[in-house]
Design a protein around this ligand. Structure first.
Ligand code: ADP
Length: 412
């Protein structure tokens, strides 16, 4: 008996159908066909599933990710070409007797078995970083996703895993970490160097100032030329010392942790005031201070001092000699949240083109500056450490107003 089969696809009003046609002939004694019995089987669904499977498997084979499927007992039932190639298995090699643990170094197997699979069983999915072990014994770092597939009764059907080679990423991470460590080391060495050099430079300067003073005292009062020269020398040494002090402040700010001190602003201002005493009174300068502080204020006293000192000494330094009366007004208001401090002067002001730049390192906006150009940079950097802000309003020849906001660490 002979049966002939073929598949036939035709379009019908309600869609495309595929049928499997089978026909079997019946013959009489002489061999003539006397009857044909035929049947058509609707295989549309089967066909669709098959096509779907082909489409999926072409994607699985095209991707550079490693895709694998394991049975509940962890035997491998599928590994795509990318996975086979990476691990060193042949295209058709039978992997059905291999297990997950054959593909990973011990440490990774442990993660997969103890962490990955249990998590995938619980949550349906696990993502982590593990590694493959190739047949040649090479470890490939991978980022791995494990998915669990259960039937409607909640029984595990199979586990699938998608992995990606992250060798390049790992290498650059490693390089970056190493560079970071080196950078940190260089930075802290540089900081230490700057700090100790500046520190050591100050001692001889102090003794120079002392010697200048003694020489001045023993010079004949009539020798005005010598007095003038000594005064110039004195100024230069003070300038050098100020410069070194700025560098020390900068270095301290980068090196030291932020302290939590209780700050009494009246006291702070009083200290700054007395250190500028010799400047007050020149050009009829008036220093007005108003401090409203009812709340306890906590911040880093040393840093707050550096900020205010720089701003106040600038306000005095850049006073306008052409004006009859110079003033510097300091206003402080303290709350639970922050301290808002304004320092206002009627000095020479700052031109619009310089406004952005005065916070840059070594920038001086006026020829009148005898300073290092570090002060405002230090103010900005120090405020950043304290989590504060600074705002500036200035008009050339009219004056300048800085508003500083420093957070109160009381509630933290
Ligand atoms: P410097 O050592 O030159 O004082 P700073 O960094 O303290 O350096 O200030 C940078 C520049 O900003 C100064 O050179 C000056 O031109 C300008 N400046 C700062 N404060 C004031 C102010 N209150 N009034 C006018 N100009 C100011």
């Amino acid at each position: 008996k002979k049966i002939v089969r073929w598949e036939e696809t035709s379009d019908y009003p309600n869609g495309r159908l595929t049928g499997e046609v089978s026909v079997s002939p019946t013959f009489d004694k002489t061999g003539n066909c006397i009857r044909l019995v035929g049947a058509v089987h609707d295989i549309t669904e089967r066909k669709k599933t098959e096509e779907e499977r082909l489409r999926l498997s072409s994607i699985l084979e095209a991707t550079s990710d490693f895709v694998g499927i394991a049975a509940p007992d962890q035997r491998i039932t599928f590994l795509n070409q990318a996975g086979r190639k990476a691990l060193g298995y042949g295209e058709m090699e039978d992997l059905s007797q291999t297990k997950v643990s054959d593909y990973s170094p011990d440490w990774a197997t442990e993660i997969i078995l103890k962490e990955g699979i249990p998590a995938a069983l619980n949550n349906g999915k696990w993502i982590g970083e593990t590694a493959f072990l190739t047949m040649a014994g090479v470890e490939i770092p991978i980022s791995q996703v494990i998915l669990s597939h259960k039937n409607s009764k909640g029984e595990l059907q199979y586990l699938s895993t998608i992995s990606r080679d992250i060798t390049v990423q790992k290498e650059s991470e490693h390089k970056l970490e190493q560079q970071n460590r080196e950078l940190q080391k260089t930075n802290s060495e540089l900081d230490r160097f700057v700090y100790s050099t500046s520190h050591d430079l100050r001692a001889p300067l102090k003794s120079m100032l002392g010697l200048i003073r003694i020489t001045k005292e023993s010079t004949e009062p009539g020798n005005s030329m010598q007095h003038e020269r000594l005064e110039m020398l004195n100024k230069s040494v003070i300038k050098l010392d100020d410069f070194i002090e700025d560098i020390l402040h900068y270095s301290r700010n980068t090196r030291l942790e932020v302290a939590k001190d209780e700050i009494n602003f009246e006291e702070v201002i009083q200290e700054i005031r007395s250190s500028h005493k010799f400047m007050e009174g020149t050009r009829g300068l008036k220093l007005q201070v108003e401090a409203h502080q009812k709340e306890k204020f906590i911040s880093d006293k040393r840093r707050v001092n550096v900020i205010l000192n720089n701003l106040i000494s600038n306000a005095i330094k850049y006073g306008d000699e052409s004006k009859e009366k110079s003033f510097v007004k300091i206003f402080i208001r303290c709350s639970k949240e922050n301290a808002v401090i304004t320092i206002e002067d009627n000095g020479i002001g700052i031109a619009d083109k310089d406004k952005e730049k005065i916070f840059e390192m070594f920038y001086r906006a006026t020829k009148l500056s005898t300073g290092s150009g570090l002060g405002m940079y230090i103010v900005k950097e120090t405020l950043e450490k304290l989590g504060g802000k600074i705002n500036m309003e200035s008009e050339l020849n009219k004056g300048t107003k800085f508003t500083v906001e420093i957070p109160n660490q009381l509630l933290l």
